[in-house]
Write a protein that binds this ligand. Structure first.
Ligand SMILES: Cc1ncc(COP(=O)(O)O)c(C=O)c1O
Length: 432
C-alpha cells in the first residue's frame, strides 16, 4: 500500500510546505557591503589588536550583549564549537564529569568528550523535556564540574533551580541555548542564567547566518578564555609570557560575512518570535479539542521560543501507533518528527566507548564508571522518544494561520478514519 493511499479522498495538502529562507534585502546589502570593503575576516592568531577579529564580529558581539543583557559575547563559527569552547573555558578535562541532558542534539554531549571529560546523563522532566532538577543531585560526585543544561525545543530549563543546585555544589552551569534565543524566565533571558550561554546561528535555527555560534557570559575571565580557545590562544599567551591560564585553542573564528548577516537577523528576532508564538498559541488552542494529543507545557513565568512545537501522543486514546499517525499526517502533507534525537547514551559511541582508537579514552579515566550508559538509566527520555513525543515544525516561516487550520483538518480526518489505519496496521505487519 503506498503511503498516499493510506486514507481516502485527496490529502489536505498535496505537498508538504517547503522550507523558506528568512534572508531579506537587509542581509543581502550587509553582505554586499562587507564584500565591497574587502575585509572578509580580520582575525590574526597573535596577541595584537586583530586577535579579537574585525568590525562586524565586534558589532555582532555588542548587539548580543545588548539584546540579551550580557556583559560579554564571543562569536564563533557554530554552536558546536561554542559548546567545546565553553567546556574548555571552564577548565574541564580528563577525570572530570559533566551532567548533561540526554535529549539534545549530540553536540551538547560531544563537547564534553572533546575536552576529555565524561558526560553523565540525567533524566528529563516529562512536561518540559529539559533536565529534571530533582534527579541532578543523585548523580553529583566529587568529579562533577558542571551542569550542561539544554533549553530544548525553545523552552528554558528550570534554570533558577539548576543554578541553585550548582551554587551549592560549586559547579559551573553551561546553557546550551541553541534552540531558545529570546525565551525568558520572569523576564530574564535564557542563556544568561548560567556561567556561559551558547547560541546557534545555523541555518535551521530561529535566527541564522548559515552557520555560526555565540557565547555569552558575565564573567570577564571566562570571556577571555573563550576568546583564547577561539583563536589559537596558546600563541597569544606565549607572547605575553602568561601561561597561568594555559589553554589550547583552535580556529573557531567567525567571518565578517557571517557576522554581518547575524547582525541583521538579530534585529529580526523579536518579529520572528512574535509570529512563532502567535502560531503556537493557535496550535495550543486547537489541541484542546483533541483527546490523545497534548500540547506544549510552558511553566508560569516562562516564555517559549518555539524552535519546534512538541506534542505528546497517547496511543491508548487513538488506538493506532504513533508512527502510523505520523505516517498518515505525512500523507496529508504534514510530516512530523517522531521523537527527537535518540537518547544520547544509547548511541553506539557510548556503547562501545571507542573514540580514540582502542584506548577507551576518556571513559577509562573514571574507574569504576559512574554511569554505564545502559537502557533504562533515564526512563522518561526513553518513553518520550520511543512512545509519546511528536515534533511539529509549523510555527516557522512560511507557515500561517490557514496552515494551522489545515493541520488540524488533517488531524480530524485521521481521527475520523482511524479504523482504516487500525486495519492498515494489522495488514502491514512491517508497518512501523
Ligand atoms: C540543542 C543544540 N545544541 C547544539 C547544536 C549545534 O549547533 P550548530 O549547528 O550551530 O553547531 C544544535 C543544532 O542543531 C542544537 O539544536
Amino acid at each position: 500500500m503506498s503511503k498516499l493511499a493510506l486514507l481516502g479522498g485527496s490529502p489536505v495538502r498535496k505537498k508538504a510546505i517547503p522550507w523558506t529562507s528568512t534572508m531579506g534585502e537587509e542581509e543581502l546589502s550587509a553582505v554586499t557591503n562587507v564584500m565591497k570593503s574587502g575585509v572578509l575576516s580580520a582575525f590574526l592568531a597573535n596577541s595584537g589588536e586583530k586577535f579579537l577579529g574585525g568590525p562586524k564580529v565586534k558589532e555582532l558581539e555588542a548587539a548580543f550583549c545588548q539584546r540579551f543583557h550580557s556583559k560579554y559575547a564571543v562569536t564563533v563559527n557554530s554552536a558546536t564549537t561554542a559548546l567545546h569552547t565553553a567546556v574548555a573555558a571552564c577548565g574541564i578535562g580528563p577525570g572530570d564529569e559533566v551532567i548533561v541532558s540526554p535529549y539534545t542534539m549530540v553536540a551538547s554531549a560531544s563537547a564534553i568528550l572533546m575536552n576529555g571529560a565524561t558526560p553523565i546523563f540525567v533524566d528529563i522532566d516529562s512536561n518540559t523535556y529539559t533536565l529534571n532538577p530533582e534527579k541532578i543531585e543523585e548523580w553529583i560526585t566529587p568529579r562533577t564540574k558542571a551542569i550542561l543544561t539544554v533549553n530544548i525545543f525553545g523552552l528554558p530549563s528550570n534554570l533558577p533551580k539548576i543554578t541553585e543546585i550548582a551554587k551549592r555544589h560549586n559547579l559551573y552551569v553551561i546553557e546550551d541555548n541553541a534552540q531558545a534565543p529570546g525565551a525568558t524566565i520572569d523576564g530574564k533571558e535564557a542563556g544568561t542564567f548560567g556561567d556561559i550561554g551558547v547560541f546557534s546561528l545555523n541555518y535551521h535555527k530561529i535566527i541564522h547566518s548559515g552557520e555560526g555560534g555565540v557565547l555569552v557570559t558575565d564573567n570577564k575571565d571566562l570571556a577571555y578564555r573563550c576568546q583564547l580557545v577561539r583563536n589559537h590562544g596558546e600563541v597569544a599567551l606565549d607572547e605575553e609570557g602568561d601561561m597561568e591560564t594555559a589553554i589550547l585553542g583552535s580556529n573557531y573564528r567567525m567571518s565578517e560575512l557571517h557576522a554581518a548577516i547575524g547582525i541583521e537577523q538579530l534585529k529580526k528576532l523579536d518579529g520572528f518570535l512574535n509570529k512563532r508564538r502567535f502560531l503556537a498559541d493557535k496550535i495550543s488552542g486547537a489541541l484542546k479539542n483533541f483527546d490523545g494529543l497534548n500540547g506544549v507545557f510552558v511553566p508560569e513565568g516562562y516564555t517559549h521560543s518555539y524552535y519546534v512545537y512538541p506534542m505528546q501522543y497517547n496511543k491508548s486514546v487513538w488506538g493506532i501507533k504513533r508512527e502510523t499517525f505520523a505516517l498518515a499526517m505525512k500523507a496529508e502533507g504534514f510530516p512530523l518528527g517522531v521523537g527527537y534525537v535518540k537518547p544520547i547514551y544509547l548511541m553506539n559511541l557510548y556503547k562501545h566507548k571507542r573514540i580514540f582508537n582502542d584506548t577507551k579514552y576518556p571513559f577509562a579515566f573514571i574507574n569504576p564508571p559512574t554511569q554505564n550508559y545502559q537502557k533504562d538509566i533515564c526512563p522518561v527520555v526513553e518513553t518520550m522518544h520511543y512512545e509519546t513525543l511528536l515534533n511539529v515544525d509549523i510555527c516557522r516561516e512560511p507557515f500561517n494561520e490557514i496552515n494551522i487550520d489545515e493541520f488540524f483538518e488533517a488531524v480530524q480526518k485521521i481521527w475520523n478514519e482511524r479504523d482504516i489505519l487500525r486495519k492498515y496496521e494489522k495488514d502491514n505487519l512491517s508497518c512501523p
